[in-house]
Design a protein around this ligand. Sequence first.
Ligand code: F6R
Length: 613
Amino acid sequence: MCGIVGAIADRDVVQLLIEGLKRLEYRGYDSAGIAVVAGEAGCEEIRRVRRTGRVAEMEAAAASEAFTAGTGIGHTRWATHGGVTEANAHPHISHGVALVHNGIIENHEEQREKLRALGYEFESQTDTEVIAHLIHSFLKQGDDLLAAVQRAVGELTGAYALAVVSRHEPERLIAARMGCPLLVGLGEGENFIASDVSAIVQATRRVIFLEEGDTAEVTRDAVRVFDEHGAVVEREVHVSDVSLASLELGPYRHFMQKEIHEQPRAIADTIEAVIDNKGFSASLFGAGAEPVLADVEAVQILACGTSYFAGLTARYWIEAIVGIPCSVEVASEYRYRSAVANPKQLVVTISQSGETLDTMEALKYAKSLGHDKTLSICNVPESAIPRASRLVYYTRAGAEIGVASTKAFTTQLVALFTLTATLAKLRGRLSPEQEGEFLDALRQLPGSVQHALNLEPQITAWAERFAPKQHALFLGRGVHYPIALEGALKLKEISYIHAEAYPAGELKHGPLALVDADMPVVVIAPRDSLLEKVKSNIQEVRARGGEMFVFADLDSHFGDSEQVSVIRTPRHVGVLSPIVHTIPVQLLAYHVALARGTDVDKPRNLAKSVTVE
Ligand code: F6R
């Protein structure tokens, strides 16, 4: 969601804050702002620049103000409370205290009333401004900035990551975290605060991840972390392996394009541990995983969006290969219903970011029901969801910047397939021959994905035909049905074409009524046991004048004909076919969006890492 950066240094931090915000922009891009403590010692003041729109616009405004400062904070916003206006953009200021906030304060109305009664006036519609005034109200009672922030957060319910500065205490930054990620970066004679390490990686890789309820006092030379009771605590220092190159576009036009093309490498990195291990074993999921996984009798997968579709795909694998029941549920639904706990059920959360609030809350709810077999499949080390889970499998996709998830999805599928094979082996349902076959399939996967990527020129030509359309249907059957869902989601989120996916057999039960010459129908038609059924479904569409775009395996024996255009993916790769068939639907969405001229990496209304409900 929103992005936070803060810095305190002997040098000017304005440009550093702006560069940090540019790297965080994928987290939210409605508006951006910075506030710094500027001026001669003894007469400091808060200088602030905010703009709606992109960081670049705010940067231009800051350049014209030409101020410099050694202490400051910055923010990119994804609007929750209050529209996209300059007044609602962060930082918010109360009498010399400036603050940026990620998250949602649930009791902001109540706090607002109390603060109004104390004489505070509100300039914005945000929940954040409440925190600024609350901190000031404690400063007025004689607290210093650290104590005022600690008391203020004690009054809040909801989720927050905060960075705070004051003109009265220019020599420190204060950070606080509950429910939203925040870290402290450790430099030489300078220190930082950030919502993720990408914001400060040009300055340092040494970071402390704040824990729930922590506050931190950050000066140039020291960092002190306090737990939720206000006691000083030591938190581990991590050295991040995020590379600057992974945060830069290189020769690509968009991060989404780069990330689609990185998939052979991302998959190879994700399966490396399995290949090195020469087989599937519980140890791939962390120390002590064997007793947790050995007696699993059912699987419950919880996730959102694209990660949910990865879970839907895995259900086909788990039930067919492991032979145990698997349910998959959207996390935001699971967390609010009376679910039945089963101590032998493995609860698997899937999250690229590891900080999606709905998924995190669903995990907490599952744990509160008594589930203690929990596994997180995640792409971001040390993020909240894996930290709250007993077992972890990290996908190694690398930083995913494009808002539309691509390489995270295919690596999640690889991780879920590894889980499937491991559970099957633990239950005595994987013969050594089959294990060898699965390992071979995984080894060959990066090559098959590369072949699918080579279809890009043909898919680009199709995209021109899609671009003028308003609606599209995606069809798949069996384990490829979730891939149809993923294709439809990709198309709608970045091209704004309304797209829906159906199991191909479901078409005649209603959606066929939508089919006419203006409704392109994308069909995923691999050479599997359902191919003949899919071919019949295609005839149903054809008889209604629909135009079809079929992704068929080389050995599916599909020919182009009137109304039916075919792109042949590589030969059927067997059980991992859904992963290979994901590539063409990603490329289609990307090129249709390009042809329509939308902002591919930052689609309207969306943001990466959804840390609000
Ligand atoms: C779609 C997309 C979203 C995310 C969803 C969950 O392209 O990116 O649907 O998949 O918000 O995010 P994570 O996986 O970070 O929990």
